[in-house]
Structure formats: structure tokens, C-alpha cells
Design a protein around this ligand. Sequence first.
Ligand SMILES: Nc1ncnc2c1ncn2[C@@H]1O[C@H](COP(=O)(O)OP(=O)(O)OP(=O)(O)O)[C@@H](O)[C@H]1O
Length: 319
Amino acid sequence: MFIEVDGVEKVFDVRRKTGFLKRERRQVRAVDSISFTVARGEMVGYIGPNGAGKSTTIKMLTGILTPSGGRLRVAGIDPSRERTRLAHRIGVVFGQRTTLWWDLPLIDSYRLMHRMYRIPDDRYRENLDRCVELLELGGLLEVPVRQLSLGQRMRGDIAAALLHDPEVLYLDEPTIGLDVISKAKVREFLRELNGERGTTVLLTTHDLQDIEQLCSRVMVIDHGRMVYDGALAGLHEAGGSERILVVDLERELPPIEVGSAARVVKVEGPRQWLAFPAGESAAGLVARVAAEYPLVDLSVREPDIEAVIARMYAEKATA
Ligand SMILES: Nc1ncnc2c1ncn2[C@@H]1O[C@H](COP(=O)(O)OP(=O)(O)OP(=O)(O)O)[C@@H](O)[C@H]1O
């Protein structure tokens, strides 16, 4: 297995000032005995609510943090012991932080990485050309990073993480704050990267659509523990999750009635919110509403990860 995580935990010692000269010591178990493996070429989603332990796991996988217990291997390497050797084989993108030099033109950051990672010239050129083409960076190479839009910067960061041909890419919220078009570009690129190069991808996100469009497998962590590892469809079932069809009618009307296909969860003037099972296509429901009601506009909202996980727990509690 390419990534092996066996009973790994991470405990932080936190000191908190509770008064004049008084301090309280507390331990936070950020990751609590988790185990999983990822095969080469897999694309796996790693999700969970805020503070669940996702970033801590990724930091242990890159060697930035040393586990408090358990065993961890990436490409046969113990990350915290051989962080530099591992760095040549992995790429990391943190959506909320850039690895690029803020005041330099984008291309200068790439040149610095070329030297830092001692990437052979032909590989560097080939990878750069490919990223520039697929991530549409052509017109941006001479622009200082601080002048790039969030979506442009994100694409710049992804290219930076790939110049040295990593075998595995860790992405932490790669689509956060991006508009629909930028998100689509990033997702398409990741799909191609995985398909063509067989790059293993571990993706942390709050956007269920990232997972839906990219990952056949998803792992859910909560309070440091792995609570689900399997197909996304199974997660929907476990969480009984729903999508919401938002419809704007010509005028205010009583709640829409479409039998068991959906139920109205909210009405606000001419706008109504209909919940329907996430695993089902919206097409039939839309056709039915359009045929029977004076429809002006509509949109479909995806369930967010917090909602799916919350429902998963609710189902478990009542089971
Ligand atoms: N360096 C640290 N020192 C003390 N506690 C920490 C440290 N890093 C993380 N924690 C704590 O560990 C827990 C897990 O944090 P982590 O950042 O891994 O969560 P996350 O799942 O990535 O959350 P988010 O989605 O908000 O980024 C949290 O309770 C956090 O406060």
C-alpha cells in the first residue's frame, strides 16, 4: 500500500493561562487511533467537521508533525524521520495559505522551486508547460502573486506542488472561496492528473461536490476518530442525506405537493424549498414541478458535509 496509517494518534499539550501566574495544562487528542491505507493511484476524500483532525493527519503524513503513537508510512518512508526525502515524492496544497512568494511574479516562484528541489531541467520544463496549459496560467506567469485572484493563485499553487513530479498530492480545501468556473477548472485538472499520471490524491474539503466529482472513496473523521470509510453513495445512505430544490414561483402559493418525491421544508413568499433524496436525480422532480406549477426559476443545493455527518449521527442515535 502506498499510504499506511496504523493506529496513529496525535496528542497536543495545551497550556492555558487561567489567572495571574496560573496556568492550566490540558491534553487535546486531535487524532485518536486512526487506521487506513491508500493504494497507489487512488483518489480519496478526507472529510469531517471543523476541528475533526484532518489537518493534523495531513501534517503527520507530510512529516511536519510527529505522531504521538502508531505507525505511519508513505511510499515506504516514515514521514517525520525522513521529511526531506519524502518531500521529493509528495506535493501539498493548502487552500488557505500559499507556498508562492507573495511579491514575486509567479514564474520566479517556479524557478526557485526548480532549484530548491533540484528538478532536472527537462522534467521541470515539461511539467511547467503542461501545468501552464491545463491550468491556463499562460498570461499570469509575469504577474506578482499578490495581484492574482484567489482562483488564479490556487491554480498557481497547484502547479507549484506538481513541478517535481510528486507521486502523491495532498490537497487541503483546494476549492475554498473559488467561483463555480474556477472550481470546475481545478476539478478537471485533478481528474486528468490522476487519470494520466496515476498520481495518488488525498483531498480534504468542505465541499461535497469536490468529493462527488473526484473521489470514489471517502473517509470521514470526527473528534479524531474515523467514523466512515467507503463509497460516497454509502455515506449518503448512512446519513440519509437530502438535496434541496429551490423553486421560485410566479406568486405566493400553498406548499407544493408532489407526493413522496419531495417535501417542502420552507416557504418564503413565492420561493419554496423542497428536500429530496441526495442519491436521486433532480430531473423528474423538476419536470413535475414545472408541469404543475407556474415556475419562474430554480436551483439545486447540495447538502454540506456537516449536514450529512450530523444526520449520520442522528440516524445512529435512533437506530
Ligand atoms: N498545534 C496545536 N496545538 C494544540 N492543539 C491543536 C494544534 N493543532 C490542532 N490542534 C487541535 O486539534 C484538533 C484538530 O485540529 P485540526 O486542525 O486537525 O482539525 P481540522 O479537521 O483540520 O479542522 P478544520 O476543518 O477546521 O481545518 C482541534 O481541536 C485543534 O484545536
